[in-house]
Design a binder for this molecule. Structure first.
Ligand SMILES: [Zn+2]
Length: 78
């Protein structure tokens, strides 16, 4: 998706926007729990204008490093 190609329909009609997904009360950032002090992280949203599929990425390298320290690594089955 970040390469500009939709993984669902194959269209290149893909657009992105920083903090582009807004849930009403917030400004498009999300809060990931990594400890007692959690601040909202910016996101980058990608939307396919052909089929409507979208993806959301955390756009915060410090928070991503904290996630790898505090969250459980995902494996194939569980
Ligand atoms: Zn698509």
């Amino acid at each position: 998706m970040r390469d500009g190609i939709c993984p669902k329909c194959g269209s290149n009609d893909v657009y992105k926007r920083r903090n582009g997904l807004h849930d009403g009360d917030r400004d498009g950032r999300v809060t990931l729990i990594t400890g007692p002090l959690n601040s909202p992280s910016p996101t980058m949203a990608y939307v396919c204008a052909n089929c409507g599929y979208f993806e959301l990425y955390i756009d915060d390298t410090i928070k991503l490093a904290q996630i790898s320290e505090h969250w459980e690594r995902a494996h194939g089955q569980n």
